[in-house]
Design a protein around this ligand. Structure first.
Ligand code: TRP
Ligand code: SF4
Length: 326
């Protein structure tokens, strides 16, 4: 039996290069070797977007389009939408009975988000239970590995604790999933903060060449390099991080050297990077534009994925119910 890999993303709209290098390419690397489930965590999105769920609905197809455009293949992995597999909700409920409240209250992500997301009232039952729902997502497919970024690692750790507790109380049902930590992407937004759609600093996979050129021209470079004649430090420059991923190796070396000796200016450097980025993203963009005109087919792919996922989730729930024997 192949090992099972599962990961999810909250629906936030079209994907940007941060998603590509921080998650999606890593996901794609698993699809030949493992049984893979990749899903849209719309209930998780609802924990913060409950006042206006319309954004959630609109994002789903766009995300699948981008996932397929970067090479995730619905023939080799299963895509599904969390809210379409009601069994997640039942498992979430059952797990909630055995999760001690302090496990949730001391969750670092929870505390941080309560502090930071001041524009929303997150003092809800659902938001506190976010990791319990995530545990249900993972355990219901008996996942062996969960590829996630640093920010989600604590949630998967908690899933392991929850699985152990369930198995101890009622008997072995769940394998203990491994955290497969994804290196966080070095690519920052054009303003040098974390790349994010809501911060308006993202380069999207489907951006047109002109848009990419203009965004790149606005990028903040080495903040210490005030004048063209000042030497720069590529290791702190976000433009350089893009070069490292999108320019040929010899060019990357040459630009690093030229930057450190002020032989190249940022305007020229950005021009070269923008061109390589445009060419690097072109096949993804083309594929995405092609898929945009086939939304019906994407819809069917999702239906089929939902069906496959539901079958597995139903089987696990039969086992779970038998163990509880209510
Ligand atoms: N919480 C994850 C995020 O915000 C999304 C998610 C929900 C997830 N359920 C999951 C990720 C299960 C991995 C496994 O990115
Ligand atoms: Fe960054 Fe290039 Fe400017 Fe150096 S020359 S600081 S690498 S943009």
């Amino acid at each position: 039996m192949k090992k099972v890999i599962l990961s999810g993303m909250r629906p936030t709209g079209i994907m940007h290069v941060g998603h590509l290098h921080g998650a999606l390419l890593n996901w794609a690397g698993f699809q030949d070797t493992y049984t893979c489930y990749f899903f849209i965590a719309d209930w998780h999105a609802l924990t913060t977007e409950y006042e206006d769920p319309s954004v959630i609905r609109e994002s789903k197809i766009d995300m699948i389009i981008d996932w397929m455009a970067i090479g995730l293949d619905p023939g080799r992995c299963t895509f599904f939408v969390q809210s379409q597999i009601k069994e997640h909700a039942e498992l979430h409920l059952l797990l909630s009975m055995i999760v001690p409240l302090p496990w949730l209250e001391r969750n670092p992500t929870y505390k941080e988000q309560l502090r930071e997301l001041k524009t929303r009232d997150l003092y809800t039952y659902g938001f506190l239970g976010y990791p319990v729902l995530q545990a249900a997502d993972i355990l219901i497919y008996k996942a062996n590995g969960v590829p996630v970024g640093e920010d989600q690692a604590a949630h998967v750790e908690l899933t392991r604790e929850i699985a152990r507790r369930f198995n101890y109380l009622y008997g072995e049902v769940f394998p203990i999933p491994e955290v497969l930590l994804t290196k966080t992407s070095k690519l920052l937004g054009i303003d040098r903060r974390k790349m994010s759609k809501s911060l308006n600093n993202a380069i999207f996979l489907r951006d047109a060449p002109e848009t990419i050129r203009s965004k790149v021209s606005e990028m903040i470079t080495d903040p210490q390099r005030a004048r063209r004649s000042d030497p720069g430090d590529p290791s702190v420059c976000n433009v350089y991080s893009f070069h490292e991923l999108y320019s040929p190796y010899s060019k990357v070396v040459e630009i690093g050297e030229a930057c450190r000796t002020a032989k190249i200016g940022c305007v020229e450097c950005k021009g070269i990077m923008a061109q390589n980025l445009i060419e690097g993203l072109a096949p993804i963009r083309e594929k995405a534009l092609e898929l945009e005109s086939k939304k019906g087919e994407i819809e069917e792919i999702l239906q089929e994925g939902n069906r496959r996922a539901r079958e597995v989730a139903q089987r696990t729930m039969e086992e779970v119910r038998a163990k509880l024997n209510l």
